[in-house]
Design a protein around this ligand. Sequence first.
Ligand code: 5AD
Ligand code: SF4
Length: 459
Amino acid sequence: MSKTGPDTNTKSVFIKTYGCQMNVYDSERMKDVLAPIGYATVDSPDGADLVVLNTCHIREKATEKVYSELGQMKKLKQAQGGKMTIAVAGCVAQAEGAEIMRRQPAVDLVLGPQAYHKLPEMIARVHRSTGERLETEFETLEKFDALPKSRTADGPTAFLSVQEGCDKFCTFCVVPYTRGAELSRPVDDITLEARNLASQGVREVQLLGQNVNAYHGAAPAIEGGDEWTLAQLVRHLSKIGGFDRIRYTTSHPRDMDDDLIAAHADTPELMPFLHLPVQSGSNNILKAMNRGHTREHYLDIMRRMKDARPDMALASDFIVGFPGESDKDFEDTMDLVREVGYAIAYSFKYSERPGTPAAEMFGQVPEDVKNERLQALQALLREQQTAFNASKIGETVQVLVTGTGRNEGQMHGRSPWLQAVHFDATPDLIGQIIDVEIVGASLNSLTGQLPGQSKEVAA
Ligand code: 5AD
Ligand code: SF4
C-alpha cells in the first residue's frame, strides 16, 4: 500500500454494486484501496470523479442492463465535460473484456474480479493516458497480498474473504470462468485481518468464499504443517478473541467434511445456520448439472448437521427448468424441500449462460413451464420460511444489535439463525448481544421486546 496520504483535493467515487455478497465485499475493498489515493465515496454518480459499476453475470440480461446503465453514465460524463472516469468491474467485465470499451467508448477501464486491488494503479494509468487499460487476467495470491491489511469496520458485523474461485464447473454456471480457480488465503493473513476487525468492535464475522468449505489455506507459519481446513480455521478464529459469532458462506455438498459438521457441535461461536445449495432434488438433473453429489448424499449431510446442532437453520439455492427437467424431476425437488424443511432458500429459473455446457443441451424447458414451477416452489418455500420464523415466537433469543430501525425508538438486530429482528430499544445497545423475547413473526423478520418491557408498559 502506498505510504502517501490522501490528496488534499479529495476526489469522489460512486460505486454501484450488483449481485452477490462477494460483490458487496469486493466493492468495500475497492473503497479501501481507493481511500489512500484520496477518493471519498459518494451516493450518486452525478458529479463523481470516478464511477465503478461492480457487475454480476449470474442473472439473465445482466449484461444488457450494464450497457444501458453505461449509456446513462456517458450522458453524465458529457455533462461534466468528460471529467469522469468510468470503470466496469466484476463478472460482466471478466466475461466481456475489451468488448465493453468497444461497445461503449465512454468506458475508461475494465477490470476483472482478480484485479480490483490494481484500481488505483489503473486509474493513474488512465489519467496519464498510457494505453494499457484492460486488466482481466487471473492472478494468484497477489490479489489478497496487495490489499491493505487494515480495513475500517462499519458496524458490529463484517465479511472476511478467505477463499475465491471455483473448480466445480456446474454446467449452468459462469463462475469458474469468471472467478478462476479455487484459491485459499493463508491463515496468517486472515488472522491479521480478523484481529483488526475484532479490535474495531466487530462481533460477528462472515467468512466468504465461492466454495468456502473447500478452504485449504497455508497453515500459520509458527504451527508448521501444510494446510488447514475450514473447520480448523473456524476453531482458530473462535479462540483469537473478539468474535462471538462466526458464519461461513457459500458451501458445496462435495466439500462438506465430518470435521466441519463436528465443529458445529463443539464450537459455540459457529452459528446454527448452513447455506448449502442443492439446486435440484432429482439425481438425473444433478448429474446433468455436474454437481458431483446425489440427492441421498445431500440429505445425509443435512441429517448429520441437525444431529450435530438440532436448532440448525438450513438454507439452499434452487434452479427450476434446467434443460431436460421433467415433471417428475421437479416433483423430486418439491419432495426434497418437504423433507428438509428450509429456514430460507433462493430459487431461480434456469437461464442460459452462453458458453456454458447447459446452454447447448437439448430439452430446454419452455418459459411458461419454468414460471409455473418457480411459483409452486416459491410458494412452498415461503410457507416454510414463515413457519420457521413463527417457531421462534415465545422464545428468548440472543440478538446482535446492528443498528437503528426505520421508526423512532426502534432498533434492529440479527438472530443466531440470520433472521432480522426489530424491537424497541436505545442506540447505545448497538454492538451488544442481548436477550430479546420474540413476540411476532412475518415472512422476512421477527419482532421482539426486551425482557420485562411489556410489563413495564402495562404498569
Ligand atoms: N440460471 C439460473 N440460476 C443460476 N444460478 C447460477 N447460475 C444460474 C443460471 N445459469 C443460481 C444458482 C446459484 C446461485 C448463486 O445462482 O442457484 O447457487
Ligand atoms: Fe457455480 Fe457450481 Fe461453482 Fe457454485 S459450485 S460457483 S454453482 S460452478
